[in-house]
Design a protein around this ligand. Structure first.
Ligand SMILES: Nc1ncnc2c1ncn2[C@@H]1O[C@H](COP(=O)(O)OP(=O)(O)OP(=O)(O)O)[C@@H](O)[C@H]1O
Length: 238
């Protein structure tokens, strides 16, 4: 079964059609990067997958669940990392994880929390410190640890590497590849062409709400740089 299937999806916001009949599939355990300039419709796609925006027409299914019908199942299936990970700065990593897990009716032991924090590579001496002095990369690691503990098979990432330094970007990309290797399906939206090429299996190029190209990234296939540049240039001229 396909992990995510988007078929002829049309979504309006206000008076304008923001997604204009887009279709793509994400295979289980793969990383798909939806690439596009500002206003292309990337966040709108994620919000629709999460059931926050209703399609005008078309369909969106995640592991066979229709987002317009099975919203409770969808919320248990997907973990979503917004661009700024929303965790409490006055709590430490353990307290944040416990708080959000308990909200979801899911209690874990300290040892289980440590196993997830080991998995994402958060340094041990930071774990009991309030998160207000964490870097963005560290906050993201805690947010991903939360998704590991929730055992959601699908992870949605909104601009995950913006604001990260090159070392943190490399660490993040390695973590995404590791999670994919463990079977998680990852859909990320980004405007970073080169980052997407490094981490994704497949890249979809979104321009003004239309999917104008798809490429295999890891198979060594050449990205059509002309199409990529045309998409971003058109946005700048719009
Ligand atoms: N709440 C809203 N009401 C009406 N239009 C909106 C709303 N939010 C976004 N839009 C419009 O929808 C279009 C797509 O926005 P979206 O945020 O999905 O793009 P994006 O690709 O994520 O852009 P960015 O990279 O800037 O985050 C834009 O034209 C935007 O102005």
């Amino acid at each position: 079964m396909t992990a995510i299937t988007i078929k002829n999806l049309v979504v309006s916001r206000g008076d304008s059609k923001v997604l204009q009949s887009i279709s793509f599939e994400v295979q289980p355990g793969s990383v798909y990067a939806l690439l596009g300039g500002n206003g292309a419709g990337k966040s709108t796609s994620l919000l629709t997958l999460l059931g926050f925006l209703k399609p005008d027409s078309g369909s969106v299914t995640v592991l066979g669940h229709d987002v317009t019908k099975d919203i409770a199942k969808i919320r248990h299936t997907i973990a979503y990392l917004p661009e700024a990970a929303t965790l409490y700065p006055h709590l430490n990593a353990y307290e944040n994880l416990s708080y959000f897990l308990e909200l979801a009716g899911n209690k874990k032991t300290r040892a289980e929390l440590d196993t997830a924090l080991d998995e994402v590579g958060l340094q041990v001496d930071a774990r009991a410190r309030h998160m207000d002095n964490y870097s963005k990369g560290m906050r993201q690691k805690v947010a991903i640890a939360l998704s590991i503990l929730r055992e959601t098979p699908v992870l949605l990432l909104d601009e995950p590497t913006s604001g990260l330094d090159p070392v943190a970007i490399d660490e993040f990309n390695a973590l995404v590849r590791k999670l994919s290797g463990q079977g998680k399906t990852i859909l990320m939206v980004t405007h970073d062409v080169y980052g997407a090429c490094q981490v994704a299996d497949r890249i979809g190029l979104l321009r003004r709400g239309e999917l104008v190209g798809s490429f295999d990234a890891q198979a060594g296939a050449r990205i059509d740089t002309e199409i990529v540049h045309a998409a971003f240039a058109e946005r700048a001229a719009a």
